[in-house]
Design a protein around this ligand. Structure first.
Ligand SMILES: *[C@@H]1O[C@H](CO)[C@@H](O)[C@H](O)[C@H]1NC(C)=O
Ligand SMILES: *[C@@H]1O[C@H](CO)[C@@H](O)[C@H](O)[C@H]1NC(C)=O
Ligand SMILES: *[C@@H]1O[C@H](CO)[C@@H](O)[C@H](O)[C@H]1NC(C)=O
Ligand SMILES: *[C@@H]1O[C@H](CO)[C@@H](O)[C@H](O)[C@H]1NC(C)=O
Ligand SMILES: [Zn+2]
Length: 502
């Protein structure tokens, strides 16, 4: 009797329990209440190089959709390769069910294309001459002829531009103010074109930044290529010159994609981002296919867990045009929304073939408080795994810049772009001293062969570690203090995006 009653009770107990439980769950705000709470080790265990590499193959296929128009694979904004990338990100997140709210944020982006260019100084064609990013064409997209005229000082003041510049070509020294300002002042003085030469050793390719109607066609030039002409002009000699740039600067609309967990405290968000676009020259599988796909894989794996704090993923567009997507995003945040973002983590290039484990040296002394706690979380991870790491400048070259300019703590990791690996770094990381960290940076060969799977997997586990750590708790992490930034410090930066601005 006893046991029969017991088993009967048990059976009816189960069936009676089933209905109220499912009803109760529907009433809970968190659809994932039955899921295990996220842990760093749990989320890291879900990260496998094979999954990342499978996604890279998909991404390369998407870049190939641009071949019709560009003759090579690319995911530059406006291309079919980029549109397909956006569809892939969006549909992957939507395909995860109701774990995330996904939004598209459309914004205007200037996009420059240089089709042809030529600079002739005297009888020479200087090999280092590079048209600047977002440069306008020369008049009627035809060569212009004029005297080369040396501008005084660093060309940051109207008075530096001599009156005989009208109808001539301005030669201006780099430094003190942005290239865009020099081009504009040269244009206002009537110059047909401008050449900015480097004030430190080496070639120089920069961007004019936000277009201005007064910009003139502008080249960058190395210090050594410029030196003989500076000398001639200072000695009163004449240098007949020809400048030619065929280029367009267009405004197009492109899209940031934002995915935020429905679960977790929405007042306390962990935010991370990578950029969905590449440069025109290539498919951008490392830059920033690697960061884009790490985020997509982590967003996928995170759905297995419940979380305490909201997690917000961003795939920025038009990073390569000068951080346009992330700047736009931050610029339209209300103060209230801004303050909900506890920190922003930037993941741009995680798998460079000749990699170093680079951590942005984001200190609290010059950045919003909390940046340094994040920096230390990265370095502790490398140290605890017996790996070496290197600090690199936190100087405005990627999408964190808009955040730290608006009071949001930021940081991130990277594996290196066009920098040269040192002998010391070869001992620390392997690879080849004397070569670029990414020998295919911003080139056609940034393809499936341009990934180091070891570095990519370790860094993706580190990204998982940061997401899980803060999704669990912000204990010990400084509270937000406001939306201001250290403006004096930021003024000195030579970068806002991948290209030099000054
Ligand atoms: C958002 O953008 C993606 C990628 O372009 C697109 O596939 C999707 O339909 C868009 N969704 C909405 C709601 O506009
Ligand atoms: C990191 O940045 C701080 C300034 O914020 C500077 O004092 C320190 O030397 C930097 N460290 C490295 C290794 O670059
Ligand atoms: C770290 O760098 C040192 C050289 O500074 C090297 O001897 C060591 O093997 C490196 N560690 C790893 C895990 O590569
Ligand atoms: C990745 O880097 C490691 C360490 O330098 C090296 O042993 C490995 O061969 C590299 N893998 C690829 C696919 O390049
Ligand atoms: Zn990048």
């Amino acid at each position: 009797m006893r046991s029969a009653a017991l088993s009967l009770g048990l059976i009816s107990g189960i069936s009676a329990f089933r209905i109220p439980l499912s009803q109760a769950l529907e009433q809970l705000p968190l659809a994932d209440a039955r899921k295990e709470l996220v842990s760093s080790s749990g989320l890291q265990d879900q990260i496998h190089a094979s999954n990342l590499l499978d996604r890279a193959k998909v991404l390369y296929g998407l870049a190939e959709q641009a071949i019709d128009e560009y003759n090579h694979p690319t995911r530059v904004i406006g291309s079919k390769g980029h549109l397909a990338t956006l569809d892939y990100i969006y549909s992957t997140i939507v395909g995860l069910g109701d774990y995330y709210d996904v939004t598209n944020q459309s914004f205007p982006a200037v996009s420059g294309n240089v089709y042809e260019s030529r600079l002739v100084l005297g009888h020479e064609v200087p090999v280092s001459a590079r048209p600047m990013g977002l440069t306008p064409a020369t008049k009627n997209k035809q060569p212009v002829y004029g005297q080369l005229i040396l501008v005084s000082n660093q060309g940051c003041d109207v008075a530096d531009y001599p009156s005989d510049l009208a109808g001539a070509i301005a030669l201006i020294k780099r430094g003190t103010c942005p290239f865009g300002t020099k081009s504009e002042l040269a244009g206002k003085a009537g110059a047909l074109a401008a050449v900015v030469y480097n004030n430190e050793p080496g070639e120089m390719s920069g961007t004019l930044g936000t277009p201005s109607p007064n910009h003139v066609a502008t080249f960058g030039l190395s210090d050594t290529d410029a030196a003989p002409f500076v000398h001639k002009l200072k000695h009163g000699k004449k240098v007949d010159s020809i400048a030619y740039i065929d280029a367009t600067v267009d405004t197009i609309h492109t899209t940031n994609i934002i995915a935020q967990t429905k679960g977790g405290n929405p007042e306390n968000c962990v935010m991370l981002g990578g950029h969905s676009d590449s440069v025109t020259e290539g498919p951008g599988i490392n830059d920033d296919g690697s960061g884009t796909l790490t985020l997509l894989e982590i967003a996928t794996q995170l759905t297995k867990y419940s979380i305490n704090n909201c997690v917000r993923f961003a795939w920025w567009a038009a990073e390569e045009e000068g951080l346009l997507g992330s700047d736009y995003y931050v610029s339209v945040l209300s103060e209230e929304e801004n303050l909900k973002i506890r920190l922003f983590m930037d993941y741009d290039m995680l798998a460079s073939p000749n990699f170093a484990y680079q951590v942005y040296n984001a200190t609290n002394a010059v950045n919003p408080v909390g940046s340094e706690e994040l920096r230390d979380l990265y370095t502790e991870f490398y140290v605890s795994h017996g790996l070496n790491f290197s600090y690199i400048p936190f100087d405005g070259r990627s999408d964190y810049d808009g955040f730290i300019r608006n009071g949001i703590p930021g940081g991130g990791i990277a594996t290196g772009a066009e920098g040269v690996k040192t002998e010391e770094e070869q001992m620390m990381y392997g690879g080849v001293a004397g070569d670029w960290y990414d020998p295919c940076y911003h080139q056609l060969c940034d393809n499936l062969g341009n990934l180091n799977a070891t570095a990519w997997e370790i860094n993706s586990k580190l990204v998982a570690h940061t997401v899980a750590t803060y999704a669990l708790s912000f204990e010990g992490f400084p509270a937000r203090t406001g939306t201001n930034s250290n403006a004096m410090e930021l003024e000195k930066r030579k970068y806002h995006g991948p290209k030099l601005l000054m």
